[in-house]
Design a protein around this ligand. Sequence first.
Ligand SMILES: Nc1ncnc2c1ncn2[C@@H]1O[C@H](COP(=O)(O)OP(=O)(O)O)[C@@H](O)[C@H]1O
Ligand SMILES: [Mg+2]
Length: 232
Amino acid sequence: MLKLHNLSKIYQTDEVETVALNNVNIEIERGEFVSIMGPSGCGKSTLLNIIGMLDSPSEGHYYFADHDVARLKEKQLSDIRKQNIGFIFQNFNLIDELSVQDNIELALLYHDIKASERKERVAAVMDKVGIAHRAKHMPSQLSGGQQQRVAVARAVVGDQALILADEPTGNLDSAHGQEVMEMLQSLNEEGTTIIMVTHSPSHADYAHRTINLFDGQVVTENVHVADLAYAN
Ligand SMILES: Nc1ncnc2c1ncn2[C@@H]1O[C@H](COP(=O)(O)OP(=O)(O)O)[C@@H](O)[C@H]1O
Ligand SMILES: [Mg+2]
């Protein structure tokens, strides 16, 4: 599905140069569930932002499906991103002024879908994540766990093939964190590719493999024993 080849990201501010990613090579297949771990500041969010086409590398190549991402024009890039990639963040990133259903529907406005079908798809995905009874609530009226369910719904309502989750359970208690993990796992079982940054070893274990980053470099990759069948 995607491939990063000798990819580096250097942030240049006034006098400081920060190497956020240093010669990273990663390949991820369609249908995989991959977790990314590593200490704060090691480049995890930078990596996810580049994979999500929100940021571009300083050096190296990023291939998504059959595209060399650096060669895409702005419009193609944003179309490919919106059609294929859903994001889930630690802080949910919902729009405070919009209801649950409107937050989710927003992800469909960029697609060429009739209003009636939009409503149907939003209703179906709210059912799926168990938030239908809060459709007209505002985000501030929901618990963190409920807000993250809305964010998951928003990330998948457009049938995105890839979900990028940056510490999706970081602000949740363990029960709600586990709920979100089970939701991601079932989406993956239905075919969605998932790349998730986490600090929790037990949450990383939901993935097929874990990529460990340190100082912007991939240091180890572990295939989880329970998933060896997948690796074959
Ligand atoms: N926009 C930016 N400008 C300058 N430096 C940045 C920027 N974003 C991230 N960095 C630096 O790049 C490094 C990696 O950051 P980040 O990817 O956010 O790490 P992580 O998500 O693993 O905590 C850090 O040293 C951080 O300070
Ligand atoms: Mg981060």
